[in-house]
Design a protein around this ligand. Structure first.
Ligand SMILES: C[S@@+](CC[C@H](N)C(=O)[O-])C[C@H]1O[C@@H](n2cnc3c(N)ncnc32)[C@H](O)[C@@H]1O
Length: 200
């Protein structure tokens, strides 16, 4: 990590705010902004958060669904415990992880699936874009396995030529799909979010 990157990060508005508000990542504000715009969460909802490390989105989700809700968070990397959140360490693509999610759901279905999953950046944009689409497709598979009819999926992709096909796949499975750039995304970022509501 370069020194200038570390210094830029410390000057960042959302980074500072996350420190002050005790969120684990500046990404927490992207989810608040998405919720403000799309009204995703309701008290008592069940949420699956894919690619959740270090846990900013899971903290927000858990706050918004409250004690009567349920949040299952998973990542390849370990996630420090978050009160009230069920944490899994595993690759979202593996069959074992899917069966662990199923077990935690104990016969229930989720009403919201979040995916902020991102591949390790290789520096080769087309490769990073393709990997990001592969992870986004995986979140759609989770929706098919675990999402209640009427439920929502919010998923990140690195924008590029394959994003359009993914958007069309989402449209086939959800009543509405919107493309969204939260204000809290870095100006330099190529990430976009698709917010799909009304799972068919
Ligand atoms: C941008 S971070 C998520 C930040 C998180 N939303 C937050 O608010 O703290 C992306 C995460 O996706 C995870 N990830 C990437 N590929 C994954 C996979 N196949 N299975 C599970 N997690 C994955 C990475 O380990 C990384 O922690």
């Amino acid at each position: 990590m370069s020194k200038s990157w570390t210094m830029d990060r410390k000057k960042d508005y959302y980074y500072k705010m996350a420190k002050e508000d005790n969120y684990r990542s500046r990404a927490a504000y992207k989810l608040f902004q998405m919720d403000e715009r799309f009204k995703l969460f309701r008290p008592g909802d069940c949420v699956i958060d894919l690619g959740a490390n270090p846990g900013g989105w899971s903290q927000v989700a858990s706050e918004l669904v409250g004690e009567s809700g349920m949040v299952i968070s998973l990542d390849i990397k370990p996630i420090e415990p978050i009160p009230g959140v069920k944490i899994l360490k595993g690759d979202a693509r593996s069959i074992l992880t899917k069966s662990q999610v199923k077990e935690l759901l104990a016969g229930k279905k989720a009403y919201i699936i979040l995916s902020d999953m991102a591949p390790n950046i290789s520096g080769n944009y087309s490769m990073d874009h393709a990997r990001s689409i592969e992870l986004a497709e995986m979140s759609l598979e989770y929706a098919k396995l675990f999402l209640k009819p009427g439920g929502s999926l919010a998923v990140k992709v690195f924008d590029g030529d394959m994003a359009r096909d993914f958007f069309i796949k989402l449209q086939k499975n959800f009543r509405t799909v919107k493309r969204y750039n939260p204000k809290a995304s870095r100006k330099s970022s190529s990430e976009i979010y698709y917010v799909a509501k009304g799972f068919k």
